[in-house]
Write a protein that binds this ligand. Structure first.
Ligand code: G3P
Length: 217
């Protein structure tokens, strides 16, 4: 399973990238706003750091305007994935981009039927939002399972990019179900290394080691 990091924070991307944890990056208008940076500048910088796909999202709502914005974003670098919302206009833009051979990430997916439409429109990635479904007491993981089954039934090549990942369980469950990619904030990716029994075990080892009076170096 591939790991994309869901941020426009250059330092956070660099730290994870150095560890080989970054197969791509996703951004959205909220993350660009949080970065305080110009979208074109920060996206170019990210594309220079990361080899894999870097999603940059259009902000227009009409297909023609999305297409113009998407082409401008795609001109930033070869590894741009143009991100469009899962609306009828977004699907129209997706089809145009796909026919031009461009990578498209269709975002804000909340139902299996939306995912089906995105695949038929030629999306490279579909982004189902797990956490936001959990927020309204709908099982986000069930959506990932449904999309996996539908895509496998018909050999769709669109990759399932599990998004709105908030917890380590979301990551493990996405991997178990067979999502192709997860995108998560840097803090969630780093939290995957933590386990209370690891901390407890390490503390016990350190206490016993101290009693030996030894050093290794
Ligand atoms: O990739 C989509 C993601 O940024 C949304 O996450 O936590 O705002 O629902 P969240």
């Amino acid at each position: 399973m591939k790991f994309f990091v869901d941020t426009a924070d250059i330092d956070a991307i660099a730290e994870l990238n150095d560890l080989g944890m970054v197969d791509g990056v996703t951004t959205n208008p909220s993350l660009i706003a949080k970065s305080g940076r110009n979208i074109l500048e920060v996206t170019k910088e990210i594309c220079g750091m990361v080899k894999g796909p870097v999603s940059a999202e259009v902000v227009a709502t009409k297909a023609d305007d999305m297409i113009a914005e998407g082409r401008k974003l795609a001109a930033i670098a070869d590894n741009i994935a143009i991100k469009v919302p899962l609306t009828w206009d977004g699907l129209k833009a997706c089809k145009v981009f796909a026919d031009e051979g461009r990578m498209v990430n269709v975002t804000l997916c909340f139902s299996p039927n939306q995912a089906l439409l995105a695949a038929k429109a030629g999306a490279a990635f579909i982004s189902p939002f797990i956490g936001r479904l959990d927020d309204i007491h709908v099982d986000g993981m069930e959506l990932i399972q449904d999309i996996r089954e539908i895509y496998d039934n018909y050999d769709f090549e669109t990759q399932i990019l599990a998004a709105s990942i908030r917890t380590p369980n979301h990551v493990a469950e996405s991997a178990r179900i067979g999502a192709d990619v997860i995108t998560a904030p840097p803090a969630v990716i780093k939290s995957l290394a933590s386990h209370p029994l690891t901390d407890k075990g390490l503390a016990a080892f350190m206490a016993d080691w101290e009693k030996t009076g030894q050093t290794i170096l």
